[in-house]
Design a protein around this ligand. Structure first.
Ligand code: SF4
Length: 654
């Protein structure tokens, strides 16, 4: 055991109901940290290429970040890793709550699961004892019912993560839920658990990692927490702020330096969560409207979108909560008397937009209900919303009719039909079976003429941020090894907070926004930093909350004396390995193209994004050159692999 980690990963074999512990060297952590970095290192080595994601040879892993389980603010996240059933690329999905710290509390830096059980099963790791337990009584139950049953059986202090009906039904847009319906949603990894008849993991433990310099570590945290204390808001100011998404960005652009933007961001997140974006993003052009065909100010104007405002949502709030070790606590629990819902998570911006402006639906109650059933079924709300949008356009253009849709009138804003369709997708019922694996597979079934309605990147449904608003999202949607994701490294999106404002040791080239070459360089730095942030288990929002002693905390935890450049190299190593994993599967990201609508081709004739078409291909070529990858095909060059100590990849790519 080193400092900051246990040096131990648990391997589970569901075919034989057996397990073994594997000790890892210090080098594993120093080079890949934790989270999906460590997960990718192990999966790359232990899982052969071209394994079918839903076969018993497929491996799924659960990895907390390197800082996860410590008191470091915002560091409580864990990542699920595997080969994506949805895209066939490297797959990872990330979630907060308390499950990540619980993996550490059991004394492991990761749990890897292979094989297949003949009957439904769940795994319990409690007080140093590992058991394989019959799951026939919880199979078919949703994730919240399952958690309640398991807590009755094993006690309230357990933490769980598992699949709902969507994963059991092998939906390639299903995820894995923890903390009563929070989902590690993307990449379709829930289907891997389903294919293994593996329902849930139950954890309970009380272990703690050793901290190299505990005094310094705690001092850094104390100083940070004092400097970032959130002051309560007067209710009038609350509703004012609720309408002012984008304020922080505008203030920065206008150089209103005397306003404490990080404090404002913390306050906004604490009081409204991400749903703060519901109305304003539709106006600014960030939210896709009507399956990327519409313009917010005309097709989903304020008088409609205001129904979905965070101020309206807050009317239903009964308590606030947040992830382990987070001082901001942006989550909330709502009670919806009209729907007899006693408790549910506040819907995030992505969910509100995917079932709101994307479908021209301003029926807030329908969005609450969809949010609840999707969380319970553990299905990705981004992918599901995009799939519903695709189905509506197929219906509108005669590729589907009422005979195909089991009588549903699939029209824009028809909230009843949308809700019914989501239920059918979860249960693979009728038309739902055709749509349950996302838009790309639906195109294979409905026909190539429907492809123009399927907003995806290599099969991954595109999320709720428009590259014409955050330009470099086009680059990351197209080319990240987990394509079609807004939570991967994208320079413009990361500028909401600014990585260099978060970690003062980080420096970007000057004039990075105006000068194209400098922007490519800034993207490479963003790529490296984003990987270490994720693999430390940090919440993405944290970078908007002001200066944070990130590197100092990592060094105080581990005893390493790495500087920012060393950490950036670690980040670039992780990204290069994710890239190599995807290339080894035979998928050449460099050939990928985004749907025309997503990049503004042809450009909009009016509205806030008027005249904009986003160039991303040439940017990628330059990025590849700066990464030490071949710009023609995205292959990392041999000497890059050697420099990054990834020689073991060379035999696979060359
Ligand atoms: S800001 Fe929100 S999502 Fe991030 S760690 Fe805190 S509670 Fe979790």
């Amino acid at each position: 055991m080193g400092y900051g980690y246990f040096g131990k990963v648990l391997w589970i074999d569901l075919t034989n109901n057996s397990f073994k512990e594997e000790e890892l060297s210090e080098k594993h952590y120093h080079q890949f940290m934790g989270g999906y970095g460590l997960g990718c290192r192990l999966l790359y080595e232990r899982m052969s290429s071209h394994i079918k994601p839903l076969s018993q040879e497929s491996i799924i892993g659960f990895f907390p970040g390197l800082l996860t389980g410590t008191a470091a603010p915002y560091s409580g996240r864990f990542m699920v890793v595997g080969k994506s059933p949805l895209t066939g690329t490297w797959g990872d999905a990330n979630c907060g709550g308390n499950f990540g710290p619980a993996i550490k509390a059991c004394g492991y830096d990761g749990i890897m699961v292979s094989g297949k059980s003949t009957e439904p099963i769940y795994l319990s790791i409690m007080d140093n004892e590992i058991k394989f337990i019959d799951a026939s009584d919880i199979w078919g139950k949703d994730t919240i019912e399952t958690e309640i049953i398991l807590k009755k059986k094993h006690g309230n202090s357990i933490k769980t993560a598992g699949i709902g009906q969507a994963g059991e039904n092998l939906s390639k847009i299903s995820g894995i839920a923890n903390d009563r319906g929070r989902i590690a949603a993307r990449s379709g990894l829930g289907a891997i658990m389903g294919s293994k008849n593996f329902k849930t993991i139950v954890l309970k433990g009380n272990k703690r990692v050793e901290i190299y310099n505990s005094e310094k570590f705690m001092k850094l945290i104390k100083e940070y927490n004092i400097s970032t204390k959130i002051k309560p808001l007067h209710s009038m100011r609350k509703s004012f702020l609720g309408e002012m998404f984008g304020m922080v960005k505008s203030m920065r652009r206008l150089k209103l330096g005397n306003i404490d933007a990080p404090n404002l961001m913390r306050t906004i997140y604490r009081n409204f969560g991400t749903s703060i974006g519901n109305t304003i993003s539709a106006e600014t052009g960030d939210s896709p409207i009507k399956n990327w065909l519409g313009i917010g100010m005309y097709d989903f104007p304020y008088k409609k979108s205001t129904n979905l405002s965070s101020v309206n949502i807050n009317e239903y709030k009964i308590k606030e909560y947040g992830c382990f070790s987070c001082p901001v606590q942006c989550g909330a629990i709502l009670r919806i008397p009209e729907l007899n819902i006693e408790e549910m998570h506040i819907p995030e911006y992505e969910t509100c937009c995917a079932f709101g402006s994307l479908l021209l639906n301003n029926d807030l109650l329908s969005i609450f209900q969809i949010n609840d059933i999707c969380n319970r079924a553990a299905i990705d709300t981004i992918s599901t919303g995009v799939t519903v949008a695709y189905a509506i356009e197929c219906f509108e253009n005669g590729l589907l009719n009422k005979n195909d849709t089991d009588g549903l009138e699939l029209t824009w804003g028809n909230s009843k039909a949308i809700l019914s369709l989501v239920k059918k997708i979860i249960l693979r019922e009728g038309i739902g079976d055709l749509l349950a694996d996302g838009v790309k597979i639906a195109v294979d079934k409905i026909g190539a003429e429907s492809a123009k309605y399927a907003m995806n990147s290599l099969g991954s449904e595109i999320p709720m941020h428009d590259p014409r608003y955050f330009n470099s999202l086009a680059f990351s949607y197209a080319y990240d090894p987990t394509p079609g994701r807004h939570t991967t490294a994208s320079f413009d999106f990361a500028e909401i907070g600014g990585y260099d404002k978060f970690e003062k040791k980080l420096h970007f080239p000057k004039k990075r926004k105006q000068n194209k070459d400098n922007k490519v360089e800034a993207q490479v730095i963003t790529t490296g930093f984003h990987q270490i942030l994720s693999c430390a288990g940090m919440c993405m929002f944290s970078t908007s909350f002001g200066p944070y002693p990130f590197i100092d905390l990592l060094n105080a935890l581990t005893g390493w004396s790495d500087d920012i450049d060393d950490y950036l190299t670690t980040g670039l190593r992780i990204q290069t390995l994710r890239q190599a994993f995807t290339l080894r599967e035979g998928i050449q990201l460099s050939r990928n193209e985004l749907p025309d609508r997503v990049i503004g081709n042809p450009p909009a004739k009016k509205g806030p994004l008027k005249g904009k078409t986003i160039e991303y291909k040439d940017f990628y070529r330059k990025y590849c050159i700066n990464m030490g990858w071949n710009p023609d095909n995205g292959y990392p060059l041999k000497n890059t692999l050697e420099q990054l100590d990834l020689e073991f990849v060379i035999k696979d790519l060359y």
